[in-house]
Write a protein that binds this ligand. Structure first.
Ligand code: THG
Length: 287
């Protein structure tokens, strides 16, 4: 199953046989005071810098989240989208819980965007899916509903099925729905990653759709988060995840290595190309 996203001139394809798709997570002010302040001041230079770093590090898409309490996201999200599409030629992933902000951003976004997100709640399905259909976008479907995030893989998979069904009713095909089985931190519940990995397998088997993970959530509150995130990424990719909202600076090379090990990188060409473009900095030698 192929999910196609587009920018002004470029196309990004998400599917199980192609390279794993990296959605850069860094344009998100949650827990980042400097970005929150820049957005509040309407200063987009810093946003541009964060975008440039992620593009240089191999991001295929950029997640765009301007959620600062008190900030007018109906005005700000399209402004940021406009700025990004003038400066960078890659598709965007619009990360907002506000349908008004989403629609305002869709109007100015070129190509075909990925909407982040809809979930199984009636209110969310009713508000978001018609916008996805009207703009011929793709959408990330989160496996949660009015009762919250289920703690078993079967119920999460059933919510994925419900989202796919409701999308189909509106004429949104399954290739335009990317299921996100949600990852909670293993710091709070040691079975949290296991439930997600099982959900990935079930969703892949039952529906064959593309699957996204938010790969930085799993390690909240733990030491050496990078190690935990990398181990989780590898397991999730093996289980059937086909894209991730994550940090391309930290995990770009690791993801290329995983593609190589899974036989998706002929002659290791992409791994080597990535390495040559982003060589690891050698630690400074003592004098
Ligand atoms: N699924 C979908 N969308 C999502 C998520 C998901 N959007 C939001 C989130 N989860 C993914 N984005 C982030 C962005 C940043 C961080 C984690 C997830 C992060 N930030 C650092 C922290 O809080 O420690 C702080 C900032 C930094 O130092 O860079 O880890 O699961 N569909």
């Amino acid at each position: 199953m192929q999910t196609i996203l587009r920018s002004k001139t470029k196309e990004v394809k998400i599917d199980a046989h192609s390279a794993f798709v990296i959605i850069g997570e860094k344009i998100n002010p949650t827990g980042r005071k400097k970005l929150a302040a820049a957005l509040q001041e309407g200063n987009l230079e810093y946003v541009k810098e964060i975008a440039a770093n992620q593009v240089a590090a191999g991001a295929d898409l950029l997640d765009v989240n301007v959620g600062v309490p008190g900030l007018d996201d109906v005005a700000m999200l399209p402004r940021v989208v406009q700025m990004l599409s003038e400066n960078f030629d890659l598709p965007l992933c619009l990360d907002t819980p506000n349908p008004q902000a989403l629609e305002a951003a869709m109007r100015v976004a070129p190509g075909k965007v990925l909407v982040n997100s809809v979930n199984g709640e009636e209110k969310s399905l009713a508000a978001v899916l018609p916008i996805v259909k009207a703009y011929d976008a793709a959408v990330i479907g989160l496996t949660m509903d009015d009762n919250g995030i289920p703690n078993d893989p079967e119920t999460r998979t059933a919510i994925a099925g419900k989202i796919l069904e409701r999308a189909a009713k509106l004429g949104i095909p399954p290739e335009n729905v990317v299921i996100d089985p949600l990852v909670l931190t293993v710091g709070a519940d040691s079975k949290a990653a296991w439930v997600t990995l099982q959900t990935i397998e079930l969703v892949r088997r039952e529906f064959g759709v593309n699957i996204n993970i938010g790969a930085s959530n799993v390690s909240f509150g733990l030491p050496e988060r990078d190690v935990v995130n990398q181990a989780f990424l590898a397991l999730a990719i093996q289980a059937g995840a086909t894209c991730a909202i994550t940090d391309p600076m930290k995990y770009g090379l690791f993801i290329k290595a995983t593609d190589l090990l899974l036989g998706r990188d002929n002659y290791a060409a992409k791994y080597i190309k990535y390495f040559k473009a982003h060589p690891k900095e050698e630690p400074a030698k003592p004098a």
